[in-house]
Design a protein around this ligand. Sequence first.
Ligand code: CO
Length: 467
Amino acid sequence: MPQPVRITDTTLRDGHQSLLATRLRLEDMLPIIDKMDRVGFHSFEVWGGATFDSCLRFLGEDPWERLRALRRAFKNSRLQMLLRGQNLVGYRHYPDDVVAAFVRKAVSNGLDIIRIFDALNDTRNMRKAIEVTKEAGAHVQATVVYTTSPIHTVDHFVEVARELAAMGADSICLKDMAGILDPYTAHTVVGRLKAEVGLPVQVHTHYTSGMASMALLKAVEAGADVIDTAISSLALGTSQPACETMVAALRGTPYDPGLDLGLLGEIAEYFREVRKKYAEFDVAPPGVDTNVLRYQIPGGMISNFISQLSQQNALHRLTEVLDEVPRVREDLGYPPLVTPSSQIVGAQAVLNVLAGERYRMVTNEVRAYLRGLYGRPPGPVNEEVRRKIIGDERVVEGRPADELEPGLPEARKLAAPYMEQEEDVISVALFPQVAIKFLQERLARRTGVDYALLEEARKNGPAHYPA
Ligand code: CO
């Protein structure tokens, strides 16, 4: 029996991360939350992904304080975040003590649902986060990352989802970060997940290639329980499909989510005005990115190539680089092209083209990847390439985080002079330099104490902290 589909609104996380370089400030969210809270969304994605880093690095906002403020403002709705498995909200593996502390605080500060993924679909990199999320009493939404390659068959996606179900997931997210999921594949994958895994299925996609609202429609027909959309004024382009479009398309059908288009229109109007304030970050060309359709390479990656190659006066070699990407990806066992593997593959493809010989120059990240430090590649790596790059260095076969020493003790020492809350230790464990600078500036703002004195205090320890 077809059921009404439910909708997660991504405006306050992926919407502005995709369109406004993750710069949306809390002050521009709060005035509209009362209205958003009344719509009847399944949940709001408001935290995680790049927002944590962006708060500390660019906005001078405490991400934990943002979460608490959102929790206070949303009185009736579930809140959710995006968590990069053992990478949390950063770009490298963190030790288990940091993962556990982060997840516990994320839940105690107000999150109801944690969406957990790993860029390689290596479920070992998700195990700790899943465990702690469950212990903390939040909903575990475990994620299957979608990509295209000879390895990434429908059977593979179902297999990953089954593993996640066995690990205790409460629901499964099919996540298409690049916006390359076509409608008929969406129908097939969602249908199989629904039939064979036995958990609710949520679909996340991006509009980049122009197929996303069709993909969501077919996913709904195949039984998807929840879909991700953004409010129209922060939708489309590299963001999610527009909420209002899906609501209108499903109206009067058994899938009708029953949301009020009038209320959604008022929210859209609000964000249309807000968006103007962020014009300097709002630079992506609107419409469909045809390169994504041609090369199946995420839009962000291609714009990175253009800027890297321009700096080296080598823009005329763009086509060679785009052709090299699938070859590097094959050598590395077909990693999905998402953070951080898109950067790893992309940087190496540029080196392979510009250095005149493949793998003559190699990034540290490719070396670490081939040593197993990001996890198990989806398919077999090219052993000849591996030997050329790491020789007979040891390859880590186990879970990469098992190689790491606990991270909280050192972070606590660094944070001590400026600490106002336990969460500060976690921020420092994640982004040591950026977080320390943020904590110093926060303290300077509150106390009027000179920044240089704070630096001095840091060297001398808490006992010498200026009054
Ligand atoms: Co996304």
